[in-house]
Design a protein around this ligand. Structure first.
Ligand code: AMP
Length: 391
């Protein structure tokens, strides 16, 4: 059992809160602030108890040990300040300690600028722990990573507990996945391929239909015997994709292969989009969306589903000419009205873009963590909180 932040008296305590403030950015501006809005209640709760709040988060994937202004949390500090109606100072150099008074808050600069963050270095974890009396892990979206600011710090802090957002996310997912109403549909898309095939292995036995999109779909298209040209895909995993197709059949489920796709010869906002049958992709082309026939079919499946879990867009939705597939699918989910859960930064951005956020039953701030819960695997940041609960 983890300790909960709500059970601890935070008055005049130095409270280090790990949030997931990793918002999508577009040329220096925040393009979707779901994660900030989700973190605000936790921060307010701590401030209202007169805690001296020190926030820590990562943003994007900078090179470890190197400061790069494009990954600075400054826009996030400014926006949080507006949302909380309070000054939020960004601290670049905090190794020797930070000056923060009860009822005030500061934000540490992107923790992934630190060399030891992703390697879960003990020295960095101890420095973080030394900043606080209580460590609050609230970053559900990063809880599948054992990093210095999500795992190590919990080992060394005087006290470590789970924040309200983390608890809310875990409860919601458990409830949604416990006895899902059938038919159940899972949609796994996006650009990250590695790691996502594992989740398919466990989902294939749980769901009735599995729609794959983006880079994973391309790997499956290849596994089904079609050419994918320059498309993002993983040649090494084609065999595994074949096994998954068979596994799905044996389980009486299906992983549909798109019958048509939208291709281009370059990955850019003004690339010329062309609809092609899946067996017509040329060697110089890349698949950037599902085609209209496939999108209509997927939307139909989504409408029939009584439970939908969704992570990852099925096309490059940021560019209008490759956004239709994701949009039709999203609208299918919204119209179907079954119980739906969606997670992942880009998935949330897509939902916002198509204006259907309100039609989704539960929106998770997690992408990888969301998938890991779907897989039934423990989250390292949660495991450590359970281990140190008696401190
Ligand atoms: P992820 O972070 O793994 O959820 O991936 C989200 C990203 O996948 C979005 O930025 C999409 O533009 C991108 N994406 C979706 N489909 C494709 C595709 N077929 N080829 C390349 N990128 C894609």
């Amino acid at each position: 059992m983890m300790k909960h932040m709500s059970d601890i008296d935070l008055t005049n305590k130095r409270v280090l809160i790990r949030e997931d403030l990793n918002v999508p950015m577009d040329k220096g501006t925040i393009s979707n602030e779901t994660r900030l809005l989700a973190a605000v209640p936790t921060i307010k709760q701590a401030l209202s108890q007169q805690a001296a709040v020190i926030l820590v988060s990562h943003l994007g994937r900078p090179t470890a040990g190197k400061y790069e202004s494009k990954y600075s949390l400054l826009p996030v500090a400014n926006r949080l300040g507006q949302l909380l109606n309070q000054d939020v100072q960004l601290i670049k150099d905090w190794h020797q300690g930070v000056d923060v008074q009860p009822g005030e808050m500061v934000l540490l600069e992107n923790i992934r600028f630190e060399a030891g963050e992703k390697s879960n270095d003990d020295e960095l974890a101890k420095k973080l722990a030394a900043l606080c009396d209580v460590f609050v892990m609230d970053a559900f979206g990063t809880s599948h990573r054992a990093h210095a600011s999500t795992y190590g710090v919990a080992q060394f802090a005087p006290m470590a507990c789970a924040g309200p957002l983390l608890i809310q996310e875990l409860d919601a997912l458990q409830k949604g996945l416990k006895n899902p109403e059938k038919p159940m549909l899972a949609i796994i898309g996006g650009s990250k391929v590695s790691g996502k095939l594992q989740v398919l292995h466990s989902l294939v036995n749980q769901v009735d239909k599995l729609i794959v999109g983006g880079g994973i779909a391309n790997t499956f298209i290849k596994a089904a015997g079609f050419r994918v040209g320059q498309s993002l895909h993983e040649p090494d995993l084609v065999e595994e994709a074949k096994q998954l197709i068979d596994k799905a059949k044996q389980a009486g489920n299906e992983i549909p292969i798109p019958e048509d796709v939208v291709v281009a010869t370059e990955f850019s906002a003004d690339a010329l989009a062309e609809v092609k049958a899946v067996d017509e992709v040329a060697d110089n082309e890349m698949i950037l969306d599902i085609g209209p026939k496939t999108a209509a079919f997927y939307a139909y499946i989504a409408k029939q589903a009584k439970t939908v879990v969704w992570n990852g867009p099925v096309g490059v939705f940021e560019f209008p000419q490759f956004s239709k597939g994701t949009q039709l699918l999203a609208e299918g989910i919204a119209e179907g009205g079954g119980f739906s859960m969606a997670g992942g930064g880009d998935t949330l951005a897509a939902l916002a873009q198509f204006g259907i956020e309100d039609n989704i039953s539960y929106i998770s701030t997690g992408g990888g963590a969301f998938l890991q819960v779907l897989e039934g695997k423990p989250l390292p940041a949660v495991t450590i909180l359970e281990q140190v609960a008696d401190r």
